[in-house]
Design a protein around this ligand. Structure first.
Ligand code: HEC
Ligand SMILES: [Cu+2]
Length: 493
């Protein structure tokens, strides 16, 4: 793609030529309050994310007609997971709208006859009560019209504001409208539209089937999914963003919330320029930028080296456990001065390097010497317990209410030695009841040797009013050879 638009680079919305109360955001010299004449009329080009309508090349405001259709659709939220989305234009986020400062916008909101709900729209670009919400309340099979003048330039969120507002937003009703400043934005090679948002489902993350909205989780602000552009993986693999080396990329980023603030970051890139909160102020050389719920930001960067760059919410569990990941693949020749890639890989072994490790493939690293007797196992197990288990189950085995079950006097633990061994070897997920209290969480599989597992469990069994069992390495080995329980994922009790 070649340079977009016709504006001089470097003229970054600074009112250099206007004195006093000049229109700060303008490349031109029109004074604030002074109105340009509206000329002509056109129908707005609307696009689905990640595409953005072409830049506006007009040097005057016009009457822009926006036709936006509300559709309720069932679509994938993740692999095997479906959701009934309420949308502005058929997908999440809603269509991107692009107008120019000073434009008069005639807004037609059409609610498809197949909808079950009335909907409306509150555009943050509107100066007027409710941002147009009351004027645009539209029952299924109806169409409403209102108009507004785009007074302030910037990147604005729009969303449905029909009660219950939170639910309409949580179901996908938000998008972005860009009001370009009079002088336009500096040209770039690529522009993309990305919007972060959360979904609250009755099932856990990844639970298959059509998932209903969970009002309870939404009120608790505890989403199962945090995604870019409406679903897990919407912007990765073949659908990821693309660029070539040496290009400038501009991302129009929105955050539909409904609850969370995004700590937006691109792994391996630095934002050369950020239009803070989608307004006029430009910050430079930024690593991570905040996008408020119901807010936006514009980031720009130059692609210097090829590779895959990952867009994340740097509240990082959202990225790796809830879906907030997208990719930008940059093609082109390498520049080893800017980034060398791996230059060497040698063994590093500091003295006494008995580092506790939880390796991905489960292979234990550097097993400690074998404890021969039960007493030795208890002694050795105490150290392992403090180093590995206490972080979650606490030093005296009392656990943490609501999060980690107790190991002290645990009926679950004492009922079944093999099951306890299996828990440490293979991990445990799903609902378990310990001493009458239920837990439904995840214990990770811990990469430990047979001897370590034997020791730590012998220690646990011989403390805190537990059953006093001895657990030998041979017993652990037998359970290991049997493999993880078939229903490891749904597990126990
Ligand atoms: C990262 C946190 C974490 C660590 C570390 C951890 N556990 Fe757990 N453990 C849990 C959670 C969470 C559960 C409950 C899992 C569920 O809800 O399905 C659990 C359950 C158990 C249970 C069964 C329930 C009970 O209370 O009797 C046993 C036994 C157990 N852990 C032993 C251990 C031992 C021994 C270690 C150390 C070698 C250990 N755990 C390390 C989080 C942890
Ligand atoms: Cu709605």
């Amino acid at each position: 793609m070649s340079a977009i638009g016709k504006w001089p680079v470097g003229k970054w919305r600074v009112a250099v030529c206007c004195a006093g109360v000049a229109a700060m955001v303008s490349g031109g010299c029109t004074r604030a309050g002074e109105r340009e004449t509206v000329q002509g009329e056109e129908v707005a080009v609307l696009t689905d994310a990640p595409q953005v309508p072409p830049p506006i090349t007009r040097d005057h405001p016009t009457r822009v007609i926006v036709n936006l259709e509300v559709l309720e659709v069932v679509k994938p939220l993740a692999d095997g997971v479906e959701y009934s989305f309420w949308t502005f234009g058929g997908s999440v986020p809603g269509k991107f709208i692009r107008v120019r400062e000073g434009d008069e916008v005639e807004f037609n909101l059409n609610n498809h006859p197949s909808s079950r709900m009335p909907h409306n729209i509150d555009l943050h670009a509107v100066t007027g009560p409710g941002g147009g919400a009351a004027a645009s309340m539209t029952p299924p099979g109806h169409a409403s019209t209102f108009s507004f003048k785009a007074i302030n330039p910037g990147l604005f969120v729009y969303h449905c504001a029909t009660a219950p507002v939170g639910m309409h937003m949580a179901n996908g009703m938000y998008g972005l409208i860009l009001v370009e400043p009079r002088g336009g934005l500096p040209p770039v090679d690529r522009e993309y539209y990305v919007m972060q948002s959360e979904f609250y489902t009755t099932g856990k993350y990844g639970e298959a089937g059509l998932q209903p909205f969970s009002m309870e989780k939404a009120i608790a602000e505890n989403p199962d999914y945090v995604v870019f552009n409406g679903s897990v993986g919407a912007l990765s693999g073949d659908s990821g963003l693309q660029a070539n080396t040496g290009e400038t990329v501009r991302l129009y980023m929105g955050n539909g919330g409904p609850n969370l603030v995004s700590s937006f970051h691109v792994i391996g890139e630095i934002f050369d320029r950020v239009l803070h909160e989608g307004g006029t102020m430009a910050n430079t050389n930024v690593q991570t930028t905040l996008i408020p719920a119901g807010g936006s930001t514009v980031v720009e960067f130059r692609t210097e080296v090829p590779g895959t760059f990952i867009l994340v919410d740097h509240a990082i569990f959202r990225a790796f456990n809830k879906g907030a990941l997208a990719t930008l693949v940059v093609d082109g020749p390498a520049d080893t001065v800017i980034y060398s890639g791996r230059q060497s890989d040698e063994i590093y072994q500091p003295e006494g390097g008995a580092i506790q490790s939880m390796t991905a493939d489960g292979t234990p690293v550097a097993p400690p010497p074998m404890a021969a007797t039960m007493a030795e196992r208890i002694a050795q197990g105490q150290r392992t317990y403090a180093a590995t288990c206490a972080a979650c189950h606490q030093l005296s085995g009392q656990g943490l209410a609501g999060a980690f079950p107790p190991l002290a006097a645990s009926d679950y633990l004492n009922a079944d030695k093999q099951r306890a061994i299996s828990t440490v070897l293979f991990g445990l997920t799903g609902a378990v009841v310990v001493n009458g209290e239920s837990f439904n969480s995840v214990m990770p599989a811990l990469a430990m040797s047979d001897a370590e597992v034997a020791s730590v469990l012998t220690y646990v069994y011989n403390n805190w009013d537990n059953a006093g069992f001895d657990v030998t390495p041979a017993e652990v080995q037998a359970v290991r050879q049997g493999g993880p329980p078939v229903s490891a994922a749904v597990s126990a009790e």
